[in-house]
Design a protein around this ligand. Sequence first.
Ligand SMILES: CCCCCCCCCCCC(=O)SCCNC(=O)CCNC(=O)[C@H](O)C(C)(C)COP(=O)(O)OP(=O)(O)OC[C@H]1O[C@@H](n2cnc3c(N)ncnc32)[C@H](O)[C@@H]1OP(=O)(O)O
Length: 188
Amino acid sequence: MSVDERERLVEATRALTYAVAVTDLPDEDLAAVSEAVDSLSRALRKQTRKRCVTESVTAVVESRPVVLDRYNPAMIPLEVRFPEDGTAAATVTLNAVHQGPTDSVHGGVSGLLMDNILGILVQSKGLLCVTGTLSLRYRALTPLDRPLELRAEIVDHSGRRVTVTGWIECGGVRTVEATGVFIEVPSR
Ligand SMILES: CCCCCCCCCCCC(=O)SCCNC(=O)CCNC(=O)[C@H](O)C(C)(C)COP(=O)(O)OP(=O)(O)OC[C@H]1O[C@@H](n2cnc3c(N)ncnc32)[C@H](O)[C@@H]1OP(=O)(O)O
């Protein structure tokens, strides 16, 4: 399968996930849909690989934007830009698939987004790290269906520890603040 066809399949699958999350069809109409979806799963499983397709970490450089999790339909694709001020930035809109119990973005999903943008900023500097500690402060509910602005900046690098802060804003209101301590590891 070519990469473009894979991306098309992943996009279609995300659209299906959204449709499943919000469909209000009566139960009697769902059986046929489930049957069709099961049949698609069987078709795809005829040939599988062990892990999801990902971009190589060493391909992440601050001179060009990168899309994280482009080929994993269960993750949130994040196009990360690296402005000249040395930070990382991304814009993303989430929907009902990622809702928490308060009709807003699930807090764990916000944590995932923060881990990703903080981590990829560190990686873009050529530092191979894993997340050691990630702290989050939820200042306000993060809305669904509206563009969210994500940002990350490195505030300290001492020894193997790289400290990064980041935040999520919506309409100029900061809803989440994060601090991550990333630990340099030997390249595998
Ligand atoms: C397209 C592709 C995109 C690629 C880019 C994608 C970006 C996505 C980002 C997601 C990244 C992840 O989710 S990574 C997955 C989640 N993280 C993990 O699973 C990490 C699991 N933990 C570990 O592997 C380990 O505990 C390590 C590597 C973190 C540390 O073990 P170690 O190597 O033995 O190091 P150790 O000697 O203990 O400590 C080294 C130094 O770090 C400090 N240190 C150690 N742990 C911590 C900690 N949790 N918080 C603070 N500081 C710590 C120590 O005090 C010490 O400081 P000093 O005494 O030297 O001063």
